[in-house]
Design a protein around this ligand. Structure first.
Ligand SMILES: Cc1cc2nc3c(=O)[nH]c(=O)nc-3n(C[C@H](O)[C@H](O)[C@H](O)COP(=O)(O)OP(=O)(O)OC[C@H]3O[C@@H](n4cnc5c(N)ncnc54)[C@H](O)[C@@H]3O)c2cc1C
Ligand code: SF4
Length: 481
């Protein structure tokens, strides 16, 4: 929609929203990011669309409370270095969140321009540009604490929550060690989220900055197996648990036995390892020439279907039991998948896996229908009698979500919630408290929230670091009951 010639509240000509995205037919040929790096002029024009409406709904909708209108204004005036200073004050990963936040549900969803029919400012893209420009120009300050402190913090998990906490704690001069069972740091940023949303070099430069600033990574260390939580407590003044949630929910239908399906995360890890040029392993899954059915409707399912398209699958179907409007996945990712050739089978629930000679041939599917809407309630679903049908498949990927692993095994005194996540003192309350039931042990990110978003993990990591700093200075804390 061309909308030139109209005046915005600031009195300048309102530009249309432009988010340069590679053509679907081109972008499916590799695993590079699909958002094309904008030019400075394009960023200035897009940032200049901000009307500085006075009530920063975008900022309120951002989990980090980023000063969006301010850094948009600076970007519009090509004051990129100052924009960077402001963006990095509230976030330890602006260039990462700018790429992978579901902005349609967060900052951009709240942009005032939406209400007046002008389409939101491309906030995420401008944020990523500010961060990339800072890295390219050497404006990203190395971590050089003013004073070294003797106290040490051990962090379990090198995902965004652990990395954000490490960044802030090391800046304060603490001795920080991160333990991770993977061979690389980054958590789901490195091994879950595909390159077409977030290239690995972008994650690696953040890791490099932490290492350069004196953070120690201990890779290949499975806490609970190679070292216990109690041993880490003896070794460090504080331990932060930031180990995410990794127990995949499984499909339970007739005909589904071990080896008949592939777990979404295994599938994505294999492709991410290829992107990282790890030596190919014959056990790695690949969709080339196969009929792929991905079961699930969240962002993990979207990542799997789009990966299968890029691997050259013969057909790719996303099977979800509700309709498009009720999908948990971001509308933006669903649209990307549709553009790339994924077929969505809405209102379909797997009923059985059909096999021949021990190999899966199709997914028997029940047709579902939504119940009548009731105000304030999520619409229920029920099976349509006689509506069963088969979807051909020789690669079935389960993307049904994740739950916490058995955290209680780390220490029976570690209090858990009803959802088996780690219980902390004041979750979700102002000045949130991240102390667990064990003195000196804190927790952050998905391990506390359940499967969530990178931006919330970053927020938690930063807030937990501030709380750990207070604790180490005063040795007082409010533990989870
Ligand atoms: C496929 C996929 C795609 C996603 N896409 C998006 C997206 O586009 N945008 C978005 O905002 N969010 C997305 N998410 C969600 C997001 O990745 C998570 O919310 C976020 O990474 C949580 O951060 P975290 O640091 O709490 O945990 P994680 O990133 O999971 O990191 C935890 C780390 O702890 C390590 N660990 C676990 N147990 C142990 C142990 N016992 N010992 C040692 N180390 C351990 C793990 O190896 C891992 O490195 C996606 C999630 C998935 C699965
Ligand atoms: S961190 Fe996410 S929600 Fe906040 S401004 Fe950036 S893209 Fe928007």
């Amino acid at each position: 929609m061309q909308q030139t010639g109209s005046s915005g509240p600031k009195g300048f000509v309102v530009q249309p929203r432009r988010l340069p995205k590679a053509e679907a037919s081109k972008r499916v040929q590799d695993f590079g990011e699909i958002i094309v790096k904008p030019t400075t002029e394009n960023v200035e024009a897009q940032a200049g669309r901000c009307t500085d409406c006075g009530v920063p709904f975008c900022q309120n909708a951002c989990p980090l409370q980023n000063n969006i209108p301010d850094w948009l204004g600076l970007s519009a005036e090509d004051e990129m270095r100052e924009a960077w200073r402001m963006a990095s004050a509230t976030s330890t990963m602006p260039e990462i969140c700018g790429r992978i936040c579901p902005q349609d549900r967060l900052c951009e969803g709240a942009c005032t321009l939406n209400v007046s029919g002008w389409e939101a400012v491309t906030i995420g893209s401008v944020e990523a540009f500010i961060g990339d420009t800072a890295f390219d120009n050497g404006w990203v300050e190395p971590i050089r604490p003013l004073h070294e402190r003797a106290e040490s913090v051990g962090i379990v998990g090198a995902g965004p929550a652990g990395m954000a906490a490490a960044d802030r704690l090391r800046e304060q001069g603490y001795q920080v060690t991160i333990y991770d069972r993977h061979d690389r740091a980054g958590g789901l940023l490195m091994y879950g989220i595909p390159g077409f949303k977030l290239e690995k070099r972008v994650v690696q430069r953040r890791i490099d900055r932490l290492v350069d600033g004196g953070v120690t990574f201990v890779a290949g260390c499975n806490v609970g197996v190679d070292v216990t939580l109690d041993q880490l407590r003896d070794k460090h003044d504080v331990v932060l648990l930031a180990m995410g949630v990794y127990a995949a929910r499984g499909l339970s239908v007739p005909g589904c036995g071990p080896g008949d399906t592939v777990a979404a995360l295994d599938y994505l890890i294999h492709q991410n390892r290829r992107d990282l040029e790890d030596p190919e392993n014959e056990a790695w899954h690949h969709a080339k020439g196969r009929k792929v059915v991905v079961i699930g409707g969240g962002d993990t399912a979207m990542d799997c279907v789009r990966t299968a398209i890029r691997q050259g699958a013969e057909s790719v179907v996303c099977l979800y039991r509700r309709d498009k409007e009720n999908m948990p996945g971001s509308a933006r990712e669903v649209a990307n998948a549709e553009e790339e050739g994924v077929h969505f089978e809405w209102l379909g629930a797997p009923k059985a896996l059909m096999s021949r000679d021990g190999a899966v041939t199709s997914v028997r599917t029940a047709r579902m229908a939504l119940s009548e809407p009731v105000f304030g309630q999520r619409r229920d679903i029920h099976v349509v009698p006689g509506g069963d049908f088969d979807i051909q498949a020789d690669l079935v990927i389960e993307a049904l979500g994740f739950e916490p692993e058995n955290f209680a095994a780390h220490n029976p005194e570690l209090a858990l919630t009803d959802w088996k996540t780690v219980k902390v003192a004041r979750f979700g309350q102002p000045g949130a408290g991240f102390a667990t039931s064990i003195p000196g042990v804190f927790a952050a990110g998905d391990a506390v929230r359940g499967a969530s978003l990178v931006v919330w993990a970053v927020r938690d990591g930063q807030d937990a670091a501030a709380e750990i700093d207070r604790y180490l200075r005063t040795r007082t804390e409010e533990v989870a009951a």
